[in-house]
Design a protein around this ligand. Structure first.
Ligand SMILES: Nc1nc2c(ncn2[C@@H]2O[C@H](COP(=O)(O)OP(=O)(O)O)[C@@H](O)[C@H]2O)c(=O)[nH]1
Ligand SMILES: [Mg+2]
Length: 459
């Protein structure tokens, strides 16, 4: 980490200000060369932080690029833990790029995506779960996602993992004493106590894992295709859920030919609604293509909205779709509730099985708030307030936790089966290491490359 890195930290576009960030040993030297205060003097970079108003000089160190505010944050009390200088200039694409060019010319190199945060991690300013949460926070598309990400930036998951690791360490310590002084302790007693405490720990891990599913939902949204026969009102419902006329609606069956995706934030969860062509047998080549895409959307969908026309009797195609999606996460939406209903409640109970169903009308809006609530309930398994942000984990973290849980379970069975305690000790060591990887303890370059490659430039 000898070199000094720089990048534009704000989004490229027109805005009030643009920020170029420089981190590393040369940060203050570069600042001295290319910045002049109102009194035409360079800044004195003391060991205490400060900010200065002045001009940012061009390459020739004579003319200026722009007015500028310089922020000086000496390490270790900076984002990266290194000396950091930030230049705030006017937020125009050309201005910001010129500022960056000057900085690069004076000895910094362009930062890779996520490199500032990677340095923050390597300098112990945050652990890996916090670093990942920084990017989640930036990408968050709903309030809930942002709230959860921020609590992780603040270390909620780190603390949870820390607790788990401490408990594993205690088990290891207990075991170590027995292994070192076999004459002191009764192996059977130790094994018993291990099993009890191990099981409690296992339950705690399961809690964290149970919440991981919700984490994915909160972070990435739910792919929610609307499927059903032509003319049941899929496009109308999509428009109603989005509260705008996005899809074309006509009384002509087969209007929607393509698959159309739009996101809507319901109670903090992002539903990626997919309007599809009605699924039916057709000779029309164009419609056929649409139907194929619809089937693909159904296949990859995470929550399916199966739409029926309540004013008509159920047809073979409807029944087929009901059967096809019987084992999927789905909601049966009986549309056109404003018309005389041909599908009775009894019939619905019968055909929907364990699936929830709801009557709505895209025309009058009745039942739609019920549908919205049902959508949220279905993915969060309860109300939004019940989401416990501290436990939400991403796929990488979940994978590690699953392995850790498995090794712990094996350790417990080994202890129960009366196997030698060395076996248990080895397994506990593995549990400890796996939990460590969640927060990046002893993480290798590969893992860091993988995590930080997903970052945006300038973070
Ligand atoms: N009465 C009534 N008509 C509806 C309702 N929803 C949709 N429609 C009508 O049904 C027809 C087909 O709607 P559309 O959304 O294009 O259905 P899609 O083919 O499933 O996308 C249009 O004429 C809509 O105006 C509803 O709730 N009640
Ligand atoms: Mg349509």
């Amino acid at each position: 980490m000898e070199d000094t890195i720089a990048a534009i930290a704000t989004a490229l576009g027109e805005g009030g200000i643009g920020v170029v960030r420089v981190s590393g040993p040369l940060a203050s030297t570069i600042g001295q060369r290319i910045f002049r205060t109102g009194h035409e003097r360079p800044v004195e970079f003391a060991r205490r932080r400060g900010f200065f108003y002045g001009r940012l000089l061009a390459r020739d160190e004579q003319s200026s690029v722009d007015e500028c505010i310089l922020l000086w944050m000496p390490g270790p009390h900076s984002y990266t833990g290194e000396d950091v200088v930030e230049f705030q200039v006017h937020g125009g694409i050309r201005v910001v790029q010129s500022a960056l060019a000057v900085i690069l010319e004076k000895g910094a190199r362009l930062a890779e995506p996520g490199e500032f945060t990677r340095r923050a991690f390597l300098n112990g300013r945050m652990d890996l779960s916090q670093a990942e949460a920084v990017m989640d926070l930036i990408r968050a598309k709903t309030d809930l996602a942002a709230r959860v990400a921020f609590s992780q930036v603040e270390g909620s998951l780190s603390r949870e993992i820390g607790n788990l690791r401490r408990q594993v360490l205690e088990l290891q310590a207990e075991l170590a004493v027995t292994l070192d002084y076999p004459e002191h302790d009764d192996e059977i007693e130790v094994a018993k106590s291990l099993v009890l405490r191990g099981q409690a720990l296992l339950m705690r891990m399961q809690d964290v894992l149970d919440n991981a599913k919700t984490g994915v939902v909160v972070r990435e949204g739910v792919l929610t295709p609307l499927i059903g026969q032509p003319n049941v009102g899929k496009s109308s419902l999509l428009n109603e859920l989005l509260r705008r006329q996005r899809a074309i609606v006509t009384e002509i069956p087969g209007t929607t030919r393509d698959v159309l995706e739009e996101s809507v934030d319901l109670g903090g969860v992002l539903f990626r609604l997919v309007d599809t062509a009605g699924i039916r047998e057709t000779k029309d080549r164009l419609e056929q293509l649409g139907v194929e895409r619809s089937r693909a959307a159904v296949h990859s969908g995470e929550l399916i909205l199966l739409v029926l026309d309540g004013s008509r009797e159920l047809e073979t195609d409807d029944l087929q779709l009901l059967t096809d999606t019987a084992n999927r996460s789905r909601i049966v939406v009986v549309n056109k509730a404003d018309l005389a209903q041909q599908i009775t409640d009894e019939k619905l109970v019968d055909i929907c099985g364990r699936t929830s169903w709801v009557r709505v009308s895209a025309t009058t809006g009745e039942g739609l708030s019920g549908l919205r609530d049902l959508l949220i309930k279905t993915v969060l398994g309860g109300d939004i307030e019940q989401v416990e942000p501290s436990f939400l984990t991403n796929a990488r973290q979940t994978q590690l936790l699953l392995q850790a849980r498995e090794d712990l379970a094996t350790a417990i069975s080994a202890a129960q089966a009366g196997l030698t305690l060395d076996v248990v000790a080895v397994l506990l060591q593995s549990v400890y290491a796996l939990l460590g990887l969640v927060v990046g303890a002893e993480a290798g370059e590969d893992l860091l490359d993988e995590v930080f490659s997903r970052f945006c430039l300038g973070k």
